[in-house]
Ligand binder design. Structure first.
Ligand code: NCD
Length: 332
């Protein structure tokens, strides 16, 4: 895999392979020394030009767990703040030998543009309302861990679909994995023609009982250029808030975070037994490790799981070379 720009870049085998690899990386988090030498000596740039907590911190930690060197930049505090162009910023960073650029940008298409200029592999960490492919991968991974397979499952994505890159990426990933997808929200927050992606569209929660998984989306106030899209918060909550009363006990709840508690999701659902929100955060780390591994090795048959770190007595930590024996096996 050269870049990861759009979930449509991946077929079902690719998604399965990345999720498998993420599963193999999970074990590293249980070790005393949570670090493996897999990407030692490789340089990764993390460039976040829009707000982020989960995505930026999990990407940075993912790169560090694989022993890559990481340069982290945000718009504020970098020379972008002084008016330097994105193109010049990218050339400066790649001059240091960066081989992967993780980019979050407020404009749709930004990651693809950078992929055209840069030698480095580009990972789209969210571009405007367009795509957020690693969120879709971590959500598939989370659901596979809980349900085994997404085949034949009904997933409802509820809320501000209009402004959501998560919705666009997740619809693609869930359908690719064999689920059926329904998007639901007030008509003003549903993009016209979205059914062309292969999902069903509903403007009320009346049929929610059929859902195996209810995926709530944040109301994205920062993208509401037209403030009149939702008549009032009260009406939104009455019509679309996911509450314990609206859910059966076997229905799972997901949300990409950050949650507006009490708006799209009743606060008590965040930590409820049927909530996968904490599992989604945990998946973010291992899935991003797997994605970094894919783009930096072009998934070339290297060992995904380096041997366990030696016991403490034999430290300092020895850096092991990569072994060709992969427990997972890469498709070509
Ligand atoms: C999402 C994003 O930034 O697109 N958050 C995230 O990456 N965890 C969703 C959101 O901000 O609502």
């Amino acid at each position: 895999m050269r870049h990861l720009l759009d979930i449509a870049d991946l077929d079902r085998n690719d998604i399965e392979r990345i999720c498998e690899r993420a599963r193999s990386f999970a074990e590293i988090g249980g070790r005393e020394i949570k670090k493996v030498p897999t990407l030692r000596g490789r340089t990764v740039v993390s460039l976040f030009l829009e707000a982020s907590t989960r995505t930026s911190s999990s990407f940075e930690l993912a790169a560090k767990r694989l022993s890559a060197d990481v340069i982290s930049l945000k718009a504020t505090g970098s020379s972008l703040d002084k008016g330097e162009s994105l193109r010049d910023t990218i050339s400066t960073l790649t001059a240091y030998g960066a081989e992967a650029i993780i980019l979050r940008h407020p404009q749709a298409g930004a990651a693809r543009l950078v992929a055209e200029w840069a030698e480095a592999a580009v990972i789209n960490a969210g571009d405007g309302k367009h795509q957020h492919p690693t969120q879709a991968l971590l959500d598939v991974h989370t659901l596979q861990n809980r349900l085994g397979s997404l085949e034949g499952r009904s997933i409802w994505i509820v809320g501000d679909v209009l402004h959501s890159r998560v919705a666009r990426s997740n619809i693609g990933a869930f359908l690719t994995m064999g689920a059926s997808v329904t998007v639901c929200g007030p008509p003003t927050l549903l993009p016209r023609g979205i059914e062309a992606l292969g999902c069903r569209v509903e403007s009320s929660l009346d049929g929610l009982g059929e859902a195996d998984v209810v995926y709530a989306l944040r109301i994205q106030n920062e993208r509401m250029v037209d403030a009149a899209l939702v008549p009032s918060l009260r009406e939104y909550i009455d019509g679309y808030q996911i509450t314990p009363r609206r859910l059966g006990p076997r229905q799972l709840v997901m949300h990409p975070g950050p949650v507006n508690r009490g708006v799209e999701l009743a606060s008590e659902l965040v930590g409820a037994p049927n909530s996968l929100i904490a599992a989604q955060v945990a998946s973010g780390l291992v899935v991003r490790m797997a994605v970094l591994y894919e783009v930096l090795t072009r998934a070339g048959g290297l060992s995904a799981v380096p041997e366990p770190t030696p016991p403490r007595s034999t430290t300092p930590t020895t850096v092991r070379s990569l072994t060709p024996a992969s427990p997972i096996g890469d498709p070509a």
